[in-house]
Write a protein that binds this ligand. Structure first.
Ligand SMILES: C[S@@+](CC[C@H](N)C(=O)[O-])C[C@H]1O[C@@H](n2cnc3c(N)ncnc32)[C@H](O)[C@@H]1O
Length: 263
């Protein structure tokens, strides 16, 4: 079960963080935003009713509301929901509230035209909770609605955490026969092999569309990317957009986006 202690730890860690600043911190972080937004805009229909689960301070949700969509945003961290309320107080087509991705019972079945689960899957450590979050997300989506799930790739734990922070020994000290290292609940982040994430959708009423490497190689070399000239950076972004659905690009992307359609 998603025990309260773990939930409290997540809220505590996020409350101490500045999630509002994360997606604009540098080019590497911003690439995740640009790529995710690009796919949202690719699939969203005019006038759509959108739910974002794990919306934090509303980077995506408020931008989407400003584009005219009817947006509902939920998050587990009350402090972030307060920030969203403040930021969006003039928007009539936006509402937000505290809610847990595992229990969206405040919403009826088949309510939304698009459901974005952009954060909760990073923090669920047991199979039952992971499946429950997928089930709830799909439940509130209308038939034919596109649903997107952000998750963390396992290889990025080695590169962006283990190697960068000289934690390689710790990271590799508990490794299984597939090269999978242990996720650390105390650190609150959980990562997936792509194939394991896809398995969560077995026997659900959904059809796979694609899997996107939203930040690709950028988190491995953020300083280099920041030093690129505008022309070179634009060329890199163009290449990233062209290749981010390729299996070759998936493993080392910190963030991945699973996109499917509710059946
Ligand atoms: C890394 S942030 C992502 C925020 C934003 N969607 C983005 O992509 O930048 C993860 C967010 O998910 C929220 N969260 C974590 N577990 C959740 C859960 N079970 N239900 C709802 N929100 C959750 C956290 O409070 C945090 O705001």
């Amino acid at each position: 079960m998603f025990v309260n202690k773990h939930k409290d730890l997540i809220v505590q860690k996020y409350s101490a963080d500045d999630e509002d600043e994360r997606l604009v911190r540098d080019r590497s972080h911003n690439l995740e935003y640009l790529t995710t937004m690009r796919y949202i805009q690719k699939f969203v229909k005019p006038g759509a009713k959108i739910l974002e689960i794990g919306a934090a301070t509303g980077r995506y949700s408020i931008a989407l509301a400003k584009m005219g969509y009817n947006v509902t945003a939920v998050d587990l961290t009350p402090k972030y929901v307060e920030v969203m309320k403040r930021k969006a107080r003039k928007l009539k087509n936006f509402q937000c509230m505290v809610a847990d991705a595992l229990d969206l019972s405040m919403f009826k079945d088949k309510t939304f035209d698009m459901v974005l689960n952009l954060g909760p899957m990073y923090h669920l450590f047991n199979e039952k909770d992971k499946k429950q979050a997928v089930k709830e997300t799909l439940r509130v989506a209308k038939k034919g609605a596109v649903c997107m799930f952000a998750y963390i790739s396992h290889a990025s734990m080695i590169t962006n955490y283990g190697l960068r922070h000289d934690m390689v020994y710790n990271v590799f000290s508990e490794m299984d026969e597939t090269g999978r290292v242990r996720d650390i609940p105390e650190d609150i982040f959980m990562s997936f092999y792509v194939e394991d994430f896809k398995k969560l959708f077995n026997r659900t009423k959904s059809k796979y569309i694609t899997n996107v490497a939203t930040d690709g190689i950028a988190p491995m070399m953020p300083d280099w990317i920041d030093r690129l000239s505008k022309k070179a950076y634009d060329a890199f972004v163009k290449w990233h957009f062209m290749t981010c659905e390729r299996p070759d690009q998936q493993g080392y992307s910190s963030h991945l986006l699973y996109i499917c359609k509710k059946q």
